[in-house]
Design a protein around this ligand. Sequence first.
Ligand SMILES: Nc1ncnc2c1ncn2[C@@H]1O[C@H](COP(=O)(O)OP(=O)(O)OP(=O)(O)O)[C@@H](O)[C@H]1O
Length: 656
Amino acid sequence: MSDPTFNRSQLEQLISRRFFYAPAFAIYGGVAGLYDYGPTGCALMNNIVQLWRNHFVLEEEMLEVDTTVMTPAEVLKTSGHVEKFSDWMCKDTKNGEIFRADHLIEAVLEARLQGDKEAKAAAAGTQVEATVTDPATAKKATKKKKSKVVVVELKPEEKEAYEEILAKIDNYSGPELGEIIQKWGIKSPEAGNDLTPPQEFNLMFDSSIGPTGHLKGYLRPETAQGQFLNFKKLLEFNNDKMPFASASIGRSFRNEISPRSGLLRVREFTMAEIEHFVDPDNKDHPRFDEVKDIKLNLLPASVQLEGKTDITVMTIGDAVAQGVVDNKTLGYFLGRIYLFLTKIGIKTDKLRFRQHMSNEMAHYACDCWDAEIRSSYGWIECVGCADRSAYDLTVHSKKTKEKLVVREQLDEPKVVNKLQLEVNKKVFGPKFKKTAKAVEEALIALSEEGLQKLKDELESSEKTSINVEGQDYELTKNEISIERVTVTEHIREYTPNVIEPSFGLGRILYSLLEHAWWKRDNDEDRNVLSFPAVVAPYKCCLLPLSGNAVFAPVARDLSHQLRAKNISTRTDDSKASIGRRYARNDELGIPFSITIDFQTVEDGTVTLRERDSTKQIREKTEVILQVLKELSEETTTWEKVVETYPAFNAKEADEE
Ligand SMILES: Nc1ncnc2c1ncn2[C@@H]1O[C@H](COP(=O)(O)OP(=O)(O)OP(=O)(O)O)[C@@H](O)[C@H]1O
C-alpha cells in the first residue's frame, strides 16, 4: 500500500517551484520524456554522481572510460540491439493512440483490483486505502472519467488471475500480452476502443554518420558497449590482471513508447554502468565477506512464477550459499548497490531486489536482479544487476576477429587432448580466393564442438561446410584436416564473464525526492526535503538576519571561508523574515543554516541550525565552520554535535 496521505502533485509543484527539473522545450509545448534539470536538480545529480564515483570507481579501483554516444549500426547489430532492443506497443484502432502493452495491462488490472477493493469496502461500510496506482494512469484506465477507478466487485477467479498476471507482467512475450488483452477485455482506456495486437517497436534513435548518409548510426541505448569494445586496452592497462571492472557515466537514449511517469521513464537519461570482468571458473569475490551479513529484501523468480510478490529477507551470505543468488561476485554487487542507495537516502523498507524470471532475462544471462525502489508509481527498477556471461565479448570478437580474451600463465603446465585444425594454404587460397581469409578466420574461431562436428562430417561424407555471413562454403580433406592431438599447455586462454550493475540515475534521483519529502507539523505549506548532507544540493545556507549594512562584510567573509572549505553554500539575503527563509531553504533540502545577527558583529559567534530538528547551536565562527565541515562530509552527526555544544530550540525563530 502506498501512503494514503502522499500527494504527488504537491511534490511535483515543489520540484517545479524550486527548479529541480522541468519539462524540456516547455515554451514550445514540450516533448514527452525530455526534461531539463535546474540548479538544484543539477547540484543534487552532481552529488549523486560524485558519491557513485567514490563508492564504486575509487573504492574498487575501477577503470573509468568515457565513450561516444553516437554508435555505428554494426556494433549494435552485433550486440543484438538492432534486432531485439524493443518493447511491445498497441494502438487504439480508432483514434491511433499508442500504448506500451505491458504498462497498459498493468494500469488497467491494478485499477480493476482497486475498484474491487473499494466495492467490497463500500459493501462492508469501511474505508479502503489508496493503491500505489498512479492516479493519472488509473484515471485513464477507466471509462468513468471523473472517478479514479470503476468500482466493481470482481469474481474470485478474476481477482486471482489479475494478481497472477501482475506478478508475472515482465515475463510475457508480445503474443502473450495480446492474449491477455483479448481474454480480459482490455480496451483503449480513455476512449474504450479496441486495440491492435502488440507489435514490436525498436527503442533506439537512429541517425547517420557523415554527409553521405551511408554509415548508419544510433544514439547508444546504454554505455556498456563502449566498455566492451575497449576491453583489450583496459586489460592491458590493468597489467593483464583479472578480475577487474570498468565503469562509465553518461547519457543514453531510448525512444520510449509512451513516457508518462516523469523522470522514471524518459527518452534521454544518465546511466552509470559497471562491467566487472571475471573468470568464468571462479566467480568468488575477494571482498565478499564485507557484505555477506547485509540483509536484503529479496523477491526470487520462483515466488513470482507462483503469482506472488512476497519478500524474503535474507543475508547476502545465505542467499549465495543457498543458490538463490548465483555467485559471490553477483552477491557482492547487490550488497554494494544496497549500501550506495541507502547512503544517498533511499529508505530500506522501500528497497527490494527482484530476480528476473526466465523469459524476462536475456537468453545469454545466467542470473539477473533488479534493485527496485518503491515510490507512488509502485515498485520501479532503478538498478539492473546481471551476470551477462561471456556473451558480449564473444559476439564482438566473432564479428571483428579481434581476440577479446585473457591469457593466463599456468602455474603448472597442463596436458590436454584437443582437436587441432590445419589449413592447406596451397589449395585453400586458390579455392576461396577473396573470401579465403574470412573462411579461415571462421574456422579458427570454431569451438571444440564446432570442430568435432566438421571432423565427423568429413569422416562420414568426405565433405563438410562452414557458414560465413549467411553463405555456405564447402570444405573437403583437401583444404583442411582436423586431428586429435595431445599438447602441453603453459597458457590458459578464456573469455571473461561480465557482471553488470547498471544504474539509471534519474530514476534514483526522483525516488530520493519522494523518500526525502515530508511536511513539518503536518502543515500544508511547510515542505522539507531531508536529503542526507552528502547529497544535499547545498550543504549550508548563509542568512544575514536583515538587510542592515553591518551584516554584509561578515557575510562576505564567511562565504569566502565556506568556499575555502569546499562547503557548497547558498546565501539568502532576501528581505523575507528569517523564519520564512528557513522554511524556503528546507524546501531545497539544505541541511544546515548559519545565521548572522547583531551578536555576531559583537562577539564573532553565529548560530548553526539543523534542518530536520530545527535545533540550533551558537559558537564562535571557527568552531561552527569546523563542525559544519564534518557534518557536511558526514564524519560526524548532528546527534554527536549537540552532545558537545548546548543546543536550543529554533522553533521561535522559525515562526518569527
Ligand atoms: N526510459 C528510461 N528512463 C529512465 N531511466 C531508465 C529508462 N530505461 C532504463 N532506465 C534506467 O537504466 C537502468 C538499466 O537499464 P535496463 O536496460 O536494465 O532497463 P530496462 O529493463 O529496459 O527498464 P524498463 O523495463 O523499466 O524499461 C534501469 O534500471 C533504469 O534505472
